[in-house]
Structure formats: structure tokens, C-alpha cells
Design a protein around this ligand. Structure first.
Ligand SMILES: [Zn+2]
Length: 415
């Protein structure tokens, strides 16, 4: 590419970015006025929580470039980028609501973009006959029961928050919404276009990953940028995988350590969206590109995109957990899961990989698992992380939006 072409490309990227910023500003005003419907919005009050989407922008961008017949992919990519920007500013923020028992409610958006949609199944109700409604019901029940039985946690907020899901969500009549997201209050599942490389988003590990974002947000609120954001992503993969292992009653050596198994159409060369044990090997196909996740600090992705690489660099702590759990053996949701759960609560809101690793060692000691500390150190060493109390993330490009003053300002606007 010659210099002129490079500048032209950058100018176009800047223009697109500015457009996205303008759209975000507009959304911010509308939200303040309480008039937003559709993606990320709900009829609930706005509080202090955030949206998280399953497919990262770089996967959608590659898929959109390579599948021009799929009219929904490009705009799903744009909406996903917007959603991530909103998260950084603390914007998509409906308040939690509940009945104290974590009861399930499944809605059908019937191909529209309004949330929550038509009520299709309630807790204890009979099967709806709609496969997506019934799968969303089953999976959210498994996730709720996992947290109750393993961590004695009463639903997402530990206060019995309702487990609400909407299926069959679209951008509009002409455009599919090809992603799944947690909007701070509920799960939302889009449905792939016929021409899409994606098969479905209603999968147990997708549900568990997204709902775990709700748990992290209530327990730890890891800031969604750079290493604390990558740890936020990694917590969702760790607990997403643990839910799947628990449902199948699998030991660590039998687990597949994949996230998003079954997400790709059968003719796409991909096992899943992510491979926790071997990051960077989950997919490789002309229709979707190649899995870009690193599994070691040597390959750490320095970028200001993807909220500072949250979906790339999560591969590093993911691999540390999988290696640790396999080395310990047995059920990964027992000692390894409890150590991670405890460390998550003690890591503050902006841990680096090194400071989080330190907290896992402290957690192991506090939980009477001193005999596992050497194994834990070896797992972190295998991904190039040296545990260190209070270590700061120095590898992530800074971002204006993350400066405390601006961040607090954004919070103040939604309060
Ligand atoms: Zn996520």
C-alpha cells in the first residue's frame, strides 16, 4: 500500500469513528431523556451497570468483509462497536430488578428491536414449543443453579434478581442482529442471517459467558478496558466454561475448554469462538479469518481497538486458569473455581494480570489451598505473568474516556 492509500484509509477510519462518536452522543442525549428503545435499552430505570456483547468487533468485522451477502453483519459490527464505547462511558445502565428467587422470564422480540418483547415463558411454565425460547429457558436455569449450588449465590446479584432473556431480536426488518448481549438487566439473543457463517447464539456457554458479566459487574466491576477489561472477559469465559463442565459433570481433563462451541455453521472450519487452553486455534476459515487470541504475554496485543484488546488478551489469563485446573485435576469448579471467585472479589476495579495473579495466590492461601500455590505460580509463569501485588497495567494504550474525571462525569449523567 502506498503512502497516499494509507492516509486515505486512515482518513476514512477517522470519519467512521467520528460518525460513531456522533451517534453515541445522540444516544446519550436520548437516553438522558428516556426515549431510547431497542439495543441496550429497556423500560427499566437507568442505574449503574453496563452492556456486554458476545462476539467481539474484530470477529464481526472480518465476517462482514468476507460475507457481503449477509446484510446484517456490517451493521451488527457497527452497533457492537457503539455498545462497547457506551460501556466505557458507563452508559447502558438499566437497574437490576428481581423477585428474590431468580425466576426466569423468556421473551420473544418477534424479529423487532424492542425489549423485552412478548412474554413467551415464565418460571415453572410449560414448554413454549419455540425451540429458541425453550433453550434460553433451560440454559438460564442451568446458570442460576450452578451459582446457587457451587457458590451459594442467589442469582446474578445474590439478591434473587430475575433471569430475563429475549430471543429473536433483530435490528429491523431488513437487518439481522448477529450477536448476543447482556444489557445490564437481561440477556438478548439475535439470530444469524441465512447467509451468515454463524449458526446460532443460543448456546449454554454463550448464555453462561454473558450472565457471568452480570455477576462480575455486581461483584467486582472490573473496568472494561485494557487488562482489567481482559480479566472481565476472562472471568466470563472461566465461569462460562465451568457452567458447561458442571452441567456435563466433567473433570478438568475431560472438558473441551471452548467457548461458543456450535456457534459456526457446519461448513465453517471452527471448533468454537475461543479455545481457553490453546488460544488462537479456535477457528481458521476464509469466511471468518483466523482466531487472533494470544496465549502468552510475548504475543500481548497492544491496541486501542476492542476496548484496549479485551477480547484478544483474555486468552492469556484464560490459558492460566485452564492449565491450573488441569494440573490440579478433578472438577474445575471446586478448588480452581473457588480460588478465582475469591480473587475476583479482592482485586479492586482495575487489576492488571500481575496483580490479579497475586490475588489468586492470596485466595488459595485464604481458602486453605496452600498446597496448590506452586501449581498456581507455574500456571501463571507458563503464560508469562509474574504475580505482583498492586502491579499496574503498563502495556495498554491509554484512552481519554478512561480518565477518572471523564469517567465519573459519564456516571454522573446517568445517575
Ligand atoms: Zn464477554
Amino acid at each position: 500500500m502506498d503512502t497516499h492509500a494509507i492516509f486515505e484509509k486512515e482518513r476514512n477510519a477517522d470519519a467512521a469513528k467520528q460518525q460513531s462518536i456522533n451517534a453515541n452522543e445522540k444516544l446519550l442525549e436520548e437516553t438522558a431523556a428516556g426515549s431510547v428503545t431497542g439495543i441496550g435499552a429497556s423500560s427499566q430505570d437507568w442505574g449503574d451497570s453496563t452492556a456486554r456483547s458476545f462476539l467481539p468487533p474484530y470477529v464481526l468485522e472480518e465476517a462482514a468483509k468476507r460475507n457481503p451477502d449477509d446484510t446484517g453483519l456490517w451493521s451488527t459490527y457497527q452497533r457492537t462497536v457503539e455498545m462497547m464505547d457506551e460501556q466505557v462511558k458507563g452508559k447502558f445502565a438499566p437497574r437490576a430488578f428481581g423477585d428474590g428467587r431468580g425466576s426466569r422470564e423468556i421473551y420473544d422480540a418477534e424479529g423487532s428491536n424492542s425489549l423485552p418483547g412478548r412474554l413467551a415463558r415464565v418460571e415453572g411454565g410449560s414448554r413454549s414449543g419455540d425451540a429458541e425460547v425453550d433453550r434460553a429457558y433451560e440454559y438460564s436455569g442451568i446458570v442460576r443453579d450452578f451459582y446457587k449450588k457451587v457458590f451459594d449465590r442467589n442469582s446474578i446479584d445474590d439478591r434473587g434478581m430475575k433471569m430475563v432473556s429475549t430471543v429473536n431480536f433483530r435490528q429491523d426488518e431488513s437487518k439481522a442482529f448477529e450477536n448476543a448481549f447482556w444489557n445490564g438487566t437481561q440477556m438478548v439473543y439475535g439470530r444469524p442471517d441465512a447467509a451468515s457463517p454463524f449458526k446460532t447464539f443460543i448456546l449454554l456457554d454463550v448464555s453462561a459467558h454473558e450472565i457471568a458479566h452480570g455477576v462480575t459487574q455486581k461483584m467486582a466491576d472490573f473496568k472494561y478496558y485494557g487488562q482489567s477489561g481482559a480479566l472481565n472477559e476472562s472471568m466470563s469465559d472461566v465461569f462460562g466454561s465451568l457452567v458447561k463442565q458442571y452441567a456435563k459433570q466433567q473433570t478438568a481433563d475431560k472438558a473441551d475448554w471452548m467457548i461458543g462451541t456450535g456457534i459456526w455453521k457446519d461448513d465453517v472450519n471452527g471448533r468454537a469462538l475461543r479455545d481457553m487452553l490453546n488460544p488462537g486455534t479456535a477457528f481458521d476459515d476464509p469466511r471468518i479469518g483466523k482466531d487472533p487470541q494470544p496465549g502468552h504475554m510475548d504475543k500481548y496485543v497492544k491496541t486501542s481497538g476492542d476496548s484496549g484488546g479485551v477480547h484478544y488478551n483474555s486468552g492469556i489469563p484464560n490459558r492460566a486458569f485452564a492449565l491450573f485446573a488441569k494440573a490440579v485435576g478433578g472438577y474445575a469448579w471446586e478448588a480452581p473455581g473457588k480460588i478465582w471467585y475469591e480473587a475476583m472479589q479482592n482485586s479492586g476495579s482495575r487489576p492488571s494480570f500481575a496483580s490479579f495473579a497475586h490475588e489468586t495466590i492470596e485466595a488459595a492461601k485464604a481458602l486453605g489451598q496452600q498446597d496448590k500455590v506452586d501449581t498456581l505460580r507455574r500456571a501463571w509463569a507458563a503464560v508469562g505473568v509474574t504475580p505482583e501485588r498492586g502491579a499496574i497495567d503498563t502495556l495498554t494504550p491509554s484512552r481519554r474516556m478512561m480518565e477518572p474525571e471523564l469517567h465519573d462525569h459519564a456516571h454522573a449523567r446517568v445517575a
